[in-house]
Write a protein that binds this ligand. Structure first.
Ligand code: TRP
Length: 350
């Protein structure tokens, strides 16, 4: 007797065992344009994107401007933040010739996918999303908007319009990726059309980067070092970092989170281990540790910041990158929407 078992495609791609690797894969990822990207973004995701691009993946990067208004009433300085995001992308090495960098609000067909996609998920499912629940708990709004519950389905449209295979994200985005996978599967089942491949997450390899207070680096906690910060500002942020009274520097993440965070930061910048650095600083104490960190960060970011300054001086070029990206994304989204409408039997479709 033969027993056939169907193994479901895993939701998270395994870097080590993925036989095909990123070459030839379509990769989609993105960010909300809410403010400057910081070292947490850089070591957590930006570097991985550039690596994927160098390995031959085709990148789509979405500036998720409509997603800014999920947890606040107004998208403050949206154009400026969107352009600065693109500047951060290009300064850290994304190549706009091969990567498609676009704002999702500039791609009407992507947004139109939201309608049929919303019909494929239940209200109960939307309410169970743990990332949405967490965002509601931390929201600065007095009332929770409908978009807060539905934006993960819009994010599914971000991902599925491009038929991306891989989505590099942090842990908090896994529930959203699950929504995209559910929508893809249900659409294919309901309309008998294999239009959408089931995307997989590519989890960031870097450990969560602690901020200057030992907690997770995050703009809202005021503990983040922005890529765009200058060297003096970096020195000031590091000087204000929380350490402890013990003179001798040692690497002890559980017992000494502040010191450990700083050691980790310098180690990432210098491609060494935090333990090695701790040894070296030894009895130099917090002052020597902070000098080391400041120098390591500033040195590592110097070429990126120089490139950033050049890019920032030519806003016309940045806007052109977004226009070209939108054109390419629109062509792909129009084709996907045409397939969707045809599968649904929509009147007027080809
Ligand atoms: N929700 C993501 C964040 O807050 C941003 C995002 C929007 C995204 N659309 C996406 C990420 C599509 C990956 C794929 O960071």
């Amino acid at each position: 007797m033969t027993v056939t078992t169907t193994r479901p495609e895993p939701a998270v791609a395994d870097r080590g065992t993925d036989p095909e690797g990123p070459a030839g894969r379509r990769v989609l990822t993105g960010d909300r344009p809410t403010g400057p990207l910081h070292l947490g973004h850089y070591f957590g995701t930006l570097r991985n994107r550039v690596r994927l691009q160098r390995q031959g993946a085709e990148l789509f990067v979405v500036v998720a401007d409509y997603q800014v208004i999920t947890d606040r009433d107004i998208a403050d300085r949206l154009a400026e933040h969107s352009e600065n995001l693109v500047i951060d992308y290009l300064a850290t090495g994304l190549d706009p010739e091969s990567a498609t960098i676009f704002a999702h609000s500039a791609v009407p067909a992507l947004n139109q996918l939201l309608l049929p996609f919303l019909s494929l998920v239940s209200v109960a499912e939307l309410g169970r999303n743990p990332t949405v629940k967490d965002e509601i708990a931390h929201s600065r709004q007095s009332a929770v908007s409908g978009l807060m519950f539905t934006y993960p389905v819009h994010q599914a449209a971000d991902i599925l319009f491009s038929k991306a295979d891989l989505v590099p994200v942090g842990q908090d985005q896994l529930p959203h990726l699950e929504v995209a996978r559910t929508v893809a599967r249900r659409f294919n089942e309901r309309y008998g059309a294999g239009i959408f491949p089931c995307p997989r997450a590519l989890l960031s390899e870097a450990p969560l980067l602690p901020g200057t207070d030992g907690g997770k680096m995050s703009k809202s906690r005021g503990n983040a070092i922005a890529l765009a910060a200058d060297e003096d500002e970096t020195a000031r942020l590091v000087r204000g970092a929380r350490t402890d009274a013990e003179r001798r520097i040692s690497y002890d993440p559980a017992g000494r989170p502040g010191v450990a965070g700083l050691l980790q930061l310098a180690a990432l910048c210098q491609d060494r281990t935090p333990g090695q650095l701790a040894e070296e600083i030894g009895d130099g104490g917090a002052a020597a540790l902070k000098r080391t960190v400041t120098e390591a960060v500033n040195e590592h970011l110097r070429p990126i910041r120089a490139r950033r300054a050049e890019l920032a001086a030519d806003r016309g070029h940045i806007r052109q990158v977004l226009r070209t990206g939108a054109e390419r994304a629109n062509a792909v989204a129009d084709a996907t929407l045409a397939e969707v409408r045809a599968a649904m039997g929509a009147v007027g479709s080809a």
